[in-house]
Design a protein around this ligand. Structure first.
Ligand code: GDG
Length: 464
């Protein structure tokens, strides 16, 4: 069997025991690589004043990792810059937050070349190479330029933006041309594949049918591969000692009320601001819930060096202060807003204790929190998932209460519906969701993607 070489920006092994907020990509890749012969290559997360190209190899939790440190300038221009100030907001439809800077583009190209230089000697002829996310779109072109003939696949964890939005990016053609160097391009949902198709046909003058796309003189396959969670491991964690202890602690502090939970990296795409506004409105319009419910929002800070992230943090601090100032009583606080990460086992116990979850991103490639919440529920008394229509997960999780996160009224009414939903309906909805989460788990995703990558025609010729 071929080895799989996974390449992503960060290599970060999540662990059940310690707190971590590596985000969905790291959680999913670690789960997908376990029990597979292979290697995970990427940035260590460390920066140095000068780039050395030295590779550190390690083995943790059955996964071999190979990492490089980046130069401080790389982190600024490639990671904070092009990846997180340009592509992330653009791919999440936030043109207002996009920053274009030539230095960012140069840093993006440079780091992709550095990745290619470092990883090429580690790749053997039969290996399948699987590259992840928007940080590394040009990497296949760089690997081909270094003579690599292996099958190379790409998976995008975020949305792919509509063609007219993408067209606002300087040199957008080059980005898409790079994507066409892959043998297989994977998206989370049909929506993002449709956006890609409309760009290829409408803007690149290419064609696309039956999963095969042609443009810029090359052909690539593209398809939909919705990512899942490591369901069995998460269910086990939800009933483990760490979860039980966290569950007991939170149930004690819930004190007979109904808890609504939100868990998100502190990111503007997750819709936390609109969620807080909807919750404030819920307390005003449904005063019967004052004193009888509360919202626990866990939001570990990420990308804290970026201005738009500092801005949203300040706004959320102000909003939470205002809501608590207006509604709190001596023995009750309506909003518990926590800026720290919890170990995964504890999170599972917290999910299990929540009568409802608010997963209301404004735009999200998939959203794993929605799936984790479902996996953690007690079958005899499951909570209700309130899910944004604009999360990729909504295409699979149709038994959730699906809401438009921009419509505060709708979100507010969904909270009321969730907290008053009869047990039989909760169980019916949960059963359907749970079966999907278990069936379409991260292992199914990996098998499906790898099988499709193996099925691709012979690798395309090098572009050097
Ligand atoms: C990207 C795409 C796509 C959060 N707080 C804590 C914690 N987390 C974990 C959650 C979950 C992960 O982080 C977040 O995953 P999401 O999928 O919700 O979102 P992104 O990080 O934006 O992930 C997304 C994903 O990639 C996979 O393809 O679904 O659309 O944006 O696993 O549990 N984990 C711990 N403590 C916390 O406090 N341990």
């Amino acid at each position: 069997m071929s080895r799989i070489i996974v390449i992503s920006n960060r290599v970060a092994m999540p662990s059940n025991g310690s707190a971590g907020s590596q985000g969905g990509l790291a959680v999913a890749i670690a789960a997908a690589l376990k029990e597979y012969r292979g290697m995970w290559f990427g940035w260590s997360g460390e920066s140095t004043s000068e780039y050395t190209g030295a590779i550190s190899i390690a083995r943790a939790d059955d996964v071999t990792t190979a990492t490089i440190d980046l130069e401080e300038q790389d982190v600024e221009e490639y990671y904070n810059g092009y990846a997180n100030k340009t592509l992330w907001p653009l791919f999440h439809y936030r043109l207002d937050l996009v920053e274009f800077d030539r230095a960012f583009g140069a840093g993006y190209a440079r780091v992709n070349q550095r990745f290619a230089d470092a990883v090429t000697p580690l790749i053997e002829p039969d290996d399948l190479v699987w590259i992840h996310d928007y940080h590394l779109i040009p990497l296949a072109r760089e690997l081909r330029a270094r003579g690599l003939k292996n099958r190379i696949g790409f998976f995008l964890h975020t949305p792919w933006p509509p063609a007219r939005l993408l067209a606002t990016l300087p040199h957008h053609e080059e980005l898409v041309e790079c994507l066409m160097t892959y043998d297989l391009i994977g998206f989370q949902t049909e929506d993002w594949l449709d956006s890609f198709r409309s760009y290829i046909i409408g803007m690149a003058g290419g064609s696309g049918s039956d999963g095969v796309f042609s443009a810029y003189g090359r052909s690539a396959r593209a398809g939909v591969f919705p990512i899942g969670i490591d369901a069995d491991a998460f269910i086990a964690a939800a009933h483990g000692p760490q979860a039980d202890a966290a569950h007991a602690r939170i149930v004690h502090s819930i004190a007979g009320r109904k808890m609504i939970v939100g868990v998100d990296r502190l990111d503007y795409s997750k819709g936390i601001e609109d969620r807080f506004l909807a919750y404030e409105r819920f307390l005003s319009d449904h005063p019967e819930w004052i004193g009888n419910t509360f919202l626990l929002q866990i939001a570990p800070p990420t990308r804290a060096g970026i201005g738009s992230y500092q801005d949203i943090r300040e706004r959320l601090d102000a909003q939470s202060g205002r809501i608590n100032g207006a509604f709190a009583d001596v023995d009750w606080v309506p909003l518990r807003y926590v800026n720290r990460a919890y170990p995964r086992g504890e999170l599972a116990g917290i999910y299990r204790a929540a009568a409802a979850a608010l997963v209301t991103p404004l735009r999200d490639g998939m959203n794993l929190v929605a799936k984790e919440y479902v996996a953690a529920q007690d079958p005899d008394d499951p909570g209700v998932l309130i899910l944004s229509k604009f999360a990729g997960a909504a295409t699979q999780m149709t038994a959730a209460l699906l809401v438009n996160p921009f419509d505060g009224h709708e979100v507010m009414e969904a909270m009321h519906q969730a907290l008053t939903m009869p047990l039989a309906e909760r169980q019916g909805r949960w059963q359907e969701l749970f079966e999907g989460v278990q069936r379409d788990d991260v292992l199914a995703w990996r098998e499906c993607y790898i099988a499709a990558l193996q099925d691709t025609a012979e690798p395309v010729a090098a572009t050097a």
